[in-house]
Ligand binder design. Structure first.
Ligand code: IPT
Length: 995
């Protein structure tokens, strides 16, 4: 099957396992012989790995269901007599398999990012080693027959020892990799007893230090597969595509030999025999699969063949002769209740959501996923980097001393992992790169893995990020490089490596960001600027946002309210807090604003132009597909009201092509209002991942110059009212403080300057970048406790002027803030001017006013950016329009509460009661609108969503500016142009009441 012996069986047929030890007493510790869970070996007794396939005419028996279970606090608390078939497990508990016992009420999950949650003393593990003993009794189905069979484990964390009917089969490590045992000679028609001992900690744990929850258990399926005489031992589908001739090449290697038929291509071949025929190639955009069948004397298995060729040539990563652009995400397997036990429906939902958000690539961070996920990637079309189950990040904390990947004694374990991944997954067209693992430093073990993979599958380039020299890889990959560095790399002008030869080699390699745009909490910011780099420099072939989903575990408060737990919520002595919640979708898989932003930024069609001149330019940014699958529609709006719609004839542009088109004549005159074209590209027909009409891309073009805002001329005169108040037009002010108290009878808590926002995870920038946290600096400056001193309340002929100085205790710098109020009939206008005083060493979080209105004013409507939130560097997806929703729906439920919900570019907003009464606010210039039922201080203090409860007021922030978001929770900070530097500012709002 490898290049040298393509027809030889990869391993001997399914005979009895090499182990014959019967279930015996527990292994006493002998210093010279470590117990199996602490030796460095990958295990003993398992069969060599082979290709996974979902379908076969050979019977399979899934063993999921309710098993018997006993948890011990150490590995040796109980002997192994439980493996005997007649053992009495009536006092044990029931446990659903597959699953993680810590999510089923036995023990607790724990989260660490890079730190090992036990002393670093490889390969030893602590005495406290939760150990789950499992027993399952099963019968074979009618007609199963006799003969060879294998027992298949899809994934067990982290080490398992297995017995069937009292016979020990062996033990294994490698949590997210399959392991099989020959069991045909042990099976009986009825009353089989499978016994599995699972240890949470093993030597394997040192190789599985991924940033995620530690979740022990048999978390993927367990099944028994019949392996009739002459059934497929292993098979390897080699299906390439020659883009110069349009021919697909096919050869299926198989042991034992058999035949392959591909009806749609009229092929009927012997295994090992090659053929070359015209085909439609497989790409992520056009995932053409050919149904085929592989038949050996003992088995028939359906194949789905995708023809494509992956190459690194001319310094680029090419598929079928073309450079591809990766619009990717890192995907962990995660479900808020079930952890890494993820069902096929959830996998499909993830992929549909990805495809619908223009995502075309997945890095399976940081281990091979359930194989069904890869089947779905083949089917729906995604480029996949399949990553080995390997990370030794914790050694980084000790300068990589003792790192297993640079220690020959660990090599068998590393090679075993590489083999189990490649052998299981080698037949997926979706997989275009193999990845050696994540964050392991460097070492000869990685080189050995690379050498083995190259030999076994020369058709796919290799990826690994952790070795800057790229000595073992075919692509230059980095994580979290900032924009400037990516641009240098794009020009092939990066800082040189010390070794000139390696440097020259690396400089010729294509570049990708295997992680960027850390999607923790609000953000990530700066996506558009990355995308521009990917489109400017052909070497920069895109990247993978970190990451797809927040790993928040679903919990209930004592009152039954749902929230999502993160590190520390289970009393872990060592943890990394909410660093585990950094996805584009929330734990329950609802999209976060970051996903909407990503969809817009990576859209495969660009729609731009000059709406005033009536022209639009459409550019096809697909790598393979022409625009024939899309329909284009336009909408013409005046002041946010639809005045005309229609479709636009766009030629079926080839990838990379662009065309200028004329828009129709505007259906209505702007008449002094804002007029806007919106052009949308939608699916013309149903696809496997979305229905006809699904929006893929859009652009908005102003149809006329924005009308200039003229402030209402001040006509009202301020006067004293009864009590300590000043009346001005519809406003009633406190005469001492100058604060607005009523607007036409609507009770308010007057607008006043606000610079604080509840720091986002990116503002906090912890834990990876101590000393670079803007939030820490803001707190040091006291921006969360600013005091307002009123220096003067002046009534002028046509204005009320309130002069204040805003500053924090213990600090010298201040913001001199003047509020100038004027009125004309029912309109009340506020002009705010801000003059900084003293030295301001940091940008401001926000600059605007905050006010409160009665909580009955619970519905918002606005004309401006929406429907979701947007900040200066995250507003590509904000579309100008008229939006309407309850204040409650304006909140973004980040797992750890933080600043959220601002709507950018707001021209005007109305907040109303159910009867339509309320207030209206017009901005001059546009503003950011935020409305919520708790004040910023409560948002700041909350740790979980359920810490927030609605008060009696709706708090409004009308912001002139916001500091950008960036992605500093694990990446670059806010780009200079999005920093909110302290500088003199002026802005205005006009308030009126709604009746
Ligand atoms: C990088 C890890 O590869 C990833 O697993 C995750 O931990 C991410 O960071 C942060 O969420 S590692 C890194 C930036 C040193």
């Amino acid at each position: 099957m490898s290049g040298t012996s393509s027809h030889a069986p990869h391993h001997p047929p399914y005979g009895p396992p090499p182990l014959t030890a019967p279930g015996a007493a527990g292994t006493p510790r002998r210093p010279e012989l470590p117990p199996y869970y602490e030796d460095r070996s990958p295990g003993r007794g398992a069969l060599p790995p082979r290709a996974w396939y979902a379908g076969s005419d050979a019977a399979r028996l899934p063993l999921h269901g309710s098993w018997r279970f006993r948890l011990s606090v150490t590995a040796t608390a109980e002997d192994d007599s439980f493996a005997r078939p007649d053992f009495d497990d009536s006092r044990w508990q029931d446990l659903w398999v597959p699953g993680h016992w810590v999510l089923k009420g036995h023990g607790t999950p724990a989260y660490t990012d890079t730190a090992y949650p036990f002393p670093v003393d490889p390969p030893r593990v602590p005495d406290e080693n939760p150990t789950g003993d499992h027993r399952h009794r099963f019968d074979l189905p009618e007609g199963w027959g006799e003969g060879p069979a294998v027992l298949h484990f899809g994934g067990v964390e982290s080490c398992a020892r297995v017995w069937l009917n009292g016979q020990e089969l062996g033990h294994f490590k490698g949590s997210r990799l399959p392991h099989e045992f020959a069991v045909g000679h042990l099976l009986r028609p009825r009353g089989n007893v499978l016994a599995v001992r699972v240890h949470q900690w093993s030597s394997g744990s040192y190789l599985e230090d991924q940033d995620q929850w530690w979740l022990p258990g048999i978390f993927r399926s367990v099944s028994v597969h019949r392996r009739p005489e002459g059934s497929v031992t292993d098979h390897f589908v080699h299906a390439g595509f020659d883009h110069t001739t349009g021919l697909g090449t096919l050869r299926v290697d198989c042991a034992p030999a058999g035949r392959v038929t591909v009806p749609a291509l009229g092929l009927d071949l012997a295994t090992g025999e090659g053929a070359s025929v015209p085909v439609l190639p497989w790409t992520a955009e056009t995932p053409r699969l050919y149904d085929a069948e592989l038949a050996t004397p003992g088995e028939r298995i359906p194949l789905r063949i995708g023809f494509r060729t992956v190459r690194v040539e001319d310094g680029l990563l090419k598929v079928n002769g073309r450079r591809i652009l990766l619009r990717g995400v890192n995907r962990h397997e995660f479900h808020p209740r079930d952890g890494r036990t993820v069902g096929r429906e959830v996998m499909r939902r993830d992929l549909l959501l990805m495809k619908r958000h223009n995502i075309n690539a997945v890095r399976t961070s940081h281990y091979p996923p359930h194989p069904a996920f890869l089947d779905l990637c083949d089917e729906l079309g995604l480029w996949v980097i399949d990553e080995c189950d390997l990370e030794t990040h914790g050694f980084g904390q000790q300068d990589w001393r003792g790192n297993p990947v640079d220690d020959a004694r660990w090599e068998p374990a590393l090679l075993d992992r590489a083999r189990r991944m490649v052998e299981r997954d080698k037949n997926h067209p979706a997989i275009v790169l193999w990845s050696l693992g994540n964050e392991c430093g460097t070492g000869r073990g990685l080189s050995a893995m690379a050498a083995w993979i190259r030999e076994r599958d020369p058709s796919r380039p290799l990826h690994y990020e952790g070795d800057r020299s790229c000595a073992d890889t075919d692509v230059y990959s980095r994580m979290y490089a900032d924009h400037a560095e990516v641009a240098r790399i794009g020009r092939r002008a990066e800082d040189p490596l010390p070794d000139p030869e390696l440097d020259a080699r690396r400089r010729r390699l294509p570049f990708l960001l295997c992680e960027y745009a850390h999607a923790m909490g609000n953000g990530p910011g700066g996506l558009s600027e990355y995308q521009r780099l990917f489109e400017t420099y052909e070497r920069c072939q895109g990247g993978f946002v970190w990451e797809w989903i927040d790993h928040g575990l679903r919990q209930l408060t004592p009152d039954g309210e749902v929230y999502h737990a993160y590190g520390g919520d289970f009393g872990e002595e060592l943890h990394d807090g909410n660093f585990v919640c950094d996805g584009l979708v929330f734990p329950d898989r609802t999209p976060s604003p970051g996903l909407a932003e990503f969809k817009k930024v990576v859209e495969p069609v660009r729609i731009e132009g000059d709406g005033v001149a009536g022209t639009v330019r459409i550019t096809n940014l697909h790598d393979f597909a022409d625009l024939g699958h899309l329909a284009f529609r336009w909408v013409y709006e005046v002041a946010g009201e639809v005045r005309g719609t229609g479709s636009l004839a766009v030629p079926a542009l080839a990838p990379g092509e662009s065309a200028g088109l004329r828009l129709p004549a505007p259906p209505a005159a702007p008449g002094g209002a804002e007029a806007l074209w919106t052009v949308r590209a939608v699916l013309a027909e149903d696809t496997a991942w979305a229905g006809a009409g699904h929006e893929v891309a859009w652009g908005q073009l102003p149809a006329a110059a924005r009308p200039v805002r003229t402030p209402p001329a001040a006509t009202a005169v301020p006067r004293r009212g009864e009590g300590n108040v000043i009346l001005l037009g519809p406003g009633t002010f406190d005469a001492t403080t100058g604060t607005l108290g009523y607007l036409d009878g609507v009770l308010l808590r007057g607008p006043r300057l606000e610079v604080w926002r509840a720091p986002t995870d990116n503002d906090e920038a912890a834990p990876r970048q101590p000393g670079r946290s803007p939030a820490a600096e803001w707190r040091r400056l006291g921006l969360h406790r600013m005091r307002h001193r009123v220096d003067a309340v002046e009534t002028l002929a046509d204005a009320l002027v309130v002069r204040t100085r805003v500053a924090a205790a213990g600090a010298e710098p201040a913001l001199r803030t003047v509020y100038r109020w004027t009125a004309r009939r029912e309109l009340l206008r506020l002009e705010v001017s801000v003059e900084p005083e003293g030295d301001w060493p940091a940008p401001l979080p926000r600059l605007g006013v905050r006010m409160a209105v009665c909580g009955s004013v619970g519905h918002a409507e606005w004309f401006g950016g929406g429907p979701g939130e947007g900040y200066p560097d995250t507003l590509a997806a904000a579309r100008v329009g008229r939006w309407s929703m309850p204040v409650d729906a304006m909140q973004t439920p980040y797992v750890r509460p933080q600043e959220n919900g601002a709507r950018p570019g707001v021209r005007w907003a109305q907040l109303s009661r159910t009867d339509g009464s309320g207030i209206r606010i017009e901005g001059d210039p546009d503003f950011y609108l935020t409305a919520r039922r708790w004040p910023v201080e409560e948002l700041d203090a909350a740790r979980h969503t359920t810490d927030l409860s609605p008060g009696e007021l709706v708090w409004l922030h009308l912001d002139h500016a916001q500091h950008g978001i960036g992605s500093q929770s694990c990446g670059p900070g806010v780009l200079p142009r999005y920093r909110l530097e302290v500088a003199p500012a002026r802005f205005a709002f006009t308030f009126s009441s709604l009746r």
